[in-house]
Design a protein. Structure first.
Length: 218
């Protein structure tokens, strides 16, 4: 959203004598890395080459439109956050704006529900779906294009009563409502590792609950 609003400002305040390019300096590696792929995603109906729906497609669409309407060449440059004087000023202004409130609310982003993974470190990978059933413990849900949900989860190993790995898979909003964060569910997957999907929630599985310090009983 800051990139979109920045380019809208450019559109309404340009041109400037001798200026032929605008640099959008962002600490979002996500934006800088994928801005080149966004037009391809849009032509593909907001899906990647594996057919997976793209997250935040509404904001990507707004960003592409804002870039096209800027009337000047635009390049995106990544810079680590709060490492320059102007970046520090922008960060303070943004935090002040969140406290002040106002009518420019970001209504496009739908983050979904988030919790903590049982496994620390690393990022979630696509689940290697081959038609199997497995026990998952969801920790994050994200609403995707056309209401499809992306579920991030850990695998629960019943034999050892332990958790392993971070994966993600897609599913319908109905099935997403059946699987709850920090609960274990036995689910059935499709057979497409490039586009893993949960097809059925079979049952809930009991898992050990963490004990709180100071609450031990004898």
């Amino acid at each position: 959203m800051p990139c979109v609003e920045g380019l809208k400002w450019v559109r309404h305040n340009a041109p400037w004598p001798g200026v032929t390019c605008v640099l959008v300096i962002t600490d979002s590696a996500y934006v800088q890395r994928f801005i080149g792929l966004a037009p391809i995603w849009k032509k593909s109906g907001w899906r990647n080459r594996q057919g997976q729906p793209i997250a935040n497609h509404d904001l990507w669409d707004d960003l592409l439109k804002a870039r096209a309407k800027a009337g000047i060449r635009v390049e995106f440059v990544w810079q680590k956050g709060k490492k320059s004087e102007i970046a520090i000023r922008v960060d303070k202004a943004a935090k002040a704006a969140t406290q002040r409130g106002g009518n420019q609310v970001d209504r496009g982003y739908k983050p979904g529900a988030f919790g903590r993974s049982k496994i620390k470190g690393g990022t979630a990978k696509p689940y290697p779906a081959n038609g199997q059933t497995d026990v998952i413990v969801p920790y994050a849900k994200k609403i995707m294009f056309k209401g499809e949900n992306r579920i991030s989860f850990n695998i629960f190993v019943e034999g050892t009563q332990t958790f392993r790995d971070k994966f993600y898979s897609f599913t319908t909003a109905i099935i997403s409502a059946e699987v709850h964060r920090n609960h274990a569910h036995r689910v059935r997957f499709n057979a497409e590792p490039g586009y893993p999907q949960i097809l059925e929630c079979i049952e809930e599985v009991p898992i050990p609950r963490p004990t709180r310090k100071g609450n031990a009983r004898t």
